[in-house]
Design a binder for this molecule. Sequence first.
Ligand SMILES: *Cc1c(COP(=O)(O)O)cnc(C)c1O
Length: 385
Amino acid sequence: MSEHNNYRLDTKMIHAGVEPDPNTGAIMTPIYQTSTYVQSAPGHHKGYEYSRTHNPTRTALQNAIAAIENGKYGICFGSGIAATDAAIKLLQPGDEVIVSNDLYGGTYRLMTKVFANYGIKFHFIAMQNAADIEQHITAATKMIWIETPTNPLLNVIDIAACAAISKKHNLLLVCDNTFASPYLQTPLDLGADIVLHSATKYLGGHSDVVHGVLVVKEESLDERLRFIQNSCGAVPGPQDCWLVLRGIKTLHVRMQRHCENGEAIARHLRNHPKVDKVLWTGFEDHPNHEVAKKQMRGFGGMISFTLKDDNIEAAMQVLSKTKLFSLAESLGGVESLIGHPASMTHASIPREERIKNGLVDSLIRLSVGIEAVEDLIADLDQAIG
Ligand SMILES: *Cc1c(COP(=O)(O)O)cnc(C)c1O
């Protein structure tokens, strides 16, 4: 495993963590569909006792993800939210967390509707200027939680600047890297302590599995998180681990095409007479483009845009007319998806609040897939009219 960590990212995607099966030489890690392992005498085993604690398919995936995030330890979960839940369980009642305010809805719900009841306090603030974080730090603050780029407004947060503040105050910095994927951004290199993924999205990449991951560099953090993984039990099954392991093998080629298609569509939409604003981190006039350029290796396939005719009905017209872009939640798969955050993922946020933050009625979010870009552009053009 360790020698794989010296290879370039594209090589690690395919080889890291994976060894030929010791029993058969199978080049693909088998799906070890077993709950338990036979011991020759009590306590005498080959490192595997029970599959909540360890499973060989999961081990291969955990090592693969650790390598591609430039971390040391990967810890896998049954969903992105289960990974989020485990990271928050590092805290205790009375602890405070500073969180970026443009956040995945399920993370916001878990924090405000579940963990707030256990005495953990969350402060949601704008972080486009990372220096703004410091004034919210108190003696009880233990963690900074960021997501970048954000959903659906594609704001960019300066990870290295957050890490500097976090280190100065001895806090943990958690970075949800779902939107960028390790192909575009590796937050541990920039000083984050914990990287989180909904592997349901780009890592899996084929819209066929729900899965979550944490990656860390520090052994003590790994021990605490692995204790939570085993004690709370939100572990993924071996088949789901195998699907993510297979997904990762093509992450780099998929992401390359997501980026190319994303750029072509963002630039096309920007010149469309019925489109008002296009939000994409690659535009030179994106408010934090310099930060994006500094910390990302490309700009990805997530794009949001608004219509000059800014109302829900106009957006619904577009959504109802696309043929290649499927109307669905989620993102990061090979197929293109279209969504309307105001009525779908972000419907629970009061309208005034949402509009104040820039999430207007006509905002449409695209997860640009890896189809032929000419077909995708033609589909959007006929739908926008
Ligand atoms: C989807 C998503 C999650 C939650 O992951 P699940 O796999 O759906 O549980 C967390 N963060 C972001 C940014 C996401 O897009």
